[in-house]
Design a protein around this ligand. Structure first.
Ligand SMILES: [Zn+2]
Length: 424
């Protein structure tokens, strides 16, 4: 359908609705008749903020009654909206969810962009490789060392959820790490044992995945490093050890532009997102604004829960020497030393090397190295491949200016696209 036809139909629909009184923008259904909330809106909220939220959701096509009272039905709808939009599903309407509601609402009023046939195609979900429904759900707790159908049931579900796991009916180090990663990602206690709570959550996630089917498009998680205010406290660096690290840090600052890294990272990441989406990839962002408080584990959880095929974490580097320049990538090291960690390390390092080459090719920046490391929480807790891309040094005057230049940022995005196209 061309734009003119759409416009004619829209005008007709609006005029018709004026006569029939079914205009969704009439009376209390119009979010613009309420003030936009300035603080988080949670269950229990009443009045303006609840009205605004419900009117927004209704206008966006969700089934919800606009009664000005945030009860269980509104909570469920908020969670559905968060889940549909790759937000963290906490049922609370904070800055990220509010921003996404406004973005979606504003998009309704904008003219329809030229659709990319691949990206917007209503492709049905694909079949999953394994069918755990053919197996009996284990009735007792399953731990490391176990074998058989119960283990297979766990592995098949995690495999279908896009976790890096061997489906071999044997609960070894690889399965242990993936169970821990699943527990972390789903707010369960991380004990590596599949007891009733983990079993229930696996069932829930598998039932949800079956409904949508496997995504026909590759899912790329883009993680813009840092944020305005990092969360406080520590978290474990990996699923296999007890060492802890700060949940997140504030990042570097440009030596000449004085722009903090988190702002630069987000600008680059948004260009990467748009470039990938235009080319038919499904992109999940860990954050799309600077006002978040995400730990590195939480970032990994977002990728894991989205079933990402790869996560690319966008950063800028900083060094004491102002002459340090160029691009580095980081990917997983040998982890707990198990065969499973080693083979993942080998595979991910190849991705990291290819990403490094493509970004340097597109930008002309100096190619430094593709480093393997066990020190990154976001990598270690990722159920798939995670590569940190250090786009350049903001401690170097020339690179600082480049990294904060829109045209140069787009070159980085083009390099990432070239890598993704080759790799996936
Ligand atoms: Zn950084």
């Amino acid at each position: 359908m061309n734009k003119k036809k759409i416009a004619v139909i829209l005008v007709f629909a609006i005029v018709l609705s004026m006569f029939t009184g079914t205009n969704t923008f009439a009376a209390s259904g119009n979010p613009e008749s309420y003030r936009t909330p300035t603080t988080s809106v949670r269950q229990g909220a009443k009045g303006n903020d609840a009205y605004w939220l419900q009117a927004m959701l209704k206008t966006l096509g969700y089934t919800i009654s606009v009664d000005g009272s945030f009860g269980p039905a509104t909570l469920a709808t908020v969670k559905k909206f968060q889940s549909d939009n790759g937000l963290s599903v906490d049922g609370s309407v904070g800055p990220a969810t509010r921003g996404k509601l406004i973005e979606k609402y504003e998009a309704l009023a904008e003219p329809t962009p030229t659709p990319n046939p691949q990206a917007t195609m209503e492709a049905p979900g694909q079949a999953f490789k394994h069918n755990p429904d053919n197996l009996t759900i284990p009735s007792t707790s399953i731990r490391k060392g176990a074998n058989g159908d119960g283990v297979l049931w766990v592995q098949e579900i995690l495999y279908n959820l896009n976790y890096d796991i061997d489906v071999d009916a044997s609960f070894g180090a690889g399965t242990l790490n993936m169970v821990r990663i699943f527990q972390m990602s789903n707010g369960l206690s991380v004990d590596g044992s599949v007891g009733p709570a983990t079993r229930e959550k696996l069932t829930e996630r598998w039932n949800a995945a079956k409904k949508t089917g496997k995504s026909p498009a590759k899912i790329i998680c883009i993680d813009p490093g840092h944020q305005k205010t990092p969360p406080s406290g520590y978290e474990t660096v990996s699923p296999w050890g007890r060492a802890t690290k700060l949940k997140n840090t504030s990042g570097a600052t440009g030596v000449s532009t004085k722009i903090p890294e988190y702002i630069t990272n987000l600008q680059i990441a948004l260009k990467v997102r748009d470039t990938l989406v235009k080319n038919g990839y499904k992109v999940v962002m860990t954050r799309d604004n600077n006002d978040t408080h995400l730990s590195n584990q939480q970032r990994a959880a977002i990728a894991n829960n989205a079933g990402a095929d790869i996560t690319i974490s966008i950063h800028c580097d900083s060094a004491d020497s102002s002459s340090a320049a160029g691009v580095d990538t980081f990917s997983r090291g040998s982890g707990d030393g198990s065969a499973s960690c080693k083979s993942r390390s080998y595979r991910d390092n190849r991705y990291a090397s290819e990403l490094l080459a493509e970004v340097c090719n597109a930008t002309g920046a100096t190619k430094r190295s593709a480093v393997k490391s066990d020190n990154y929480t976001g990598i270690n807790w990722n159920a798939g491949t995670c590569v940190i891309l250090e786009c350049g040094f903001t401690s170097n005057e020339t690179e600082d200016k480049n990294l904060n230049n829109a045209a140069y940022q787009q070159k980085i995005a083009n390099g990432v696209l070239n890598f993704v196209i080759k790799a996936f």
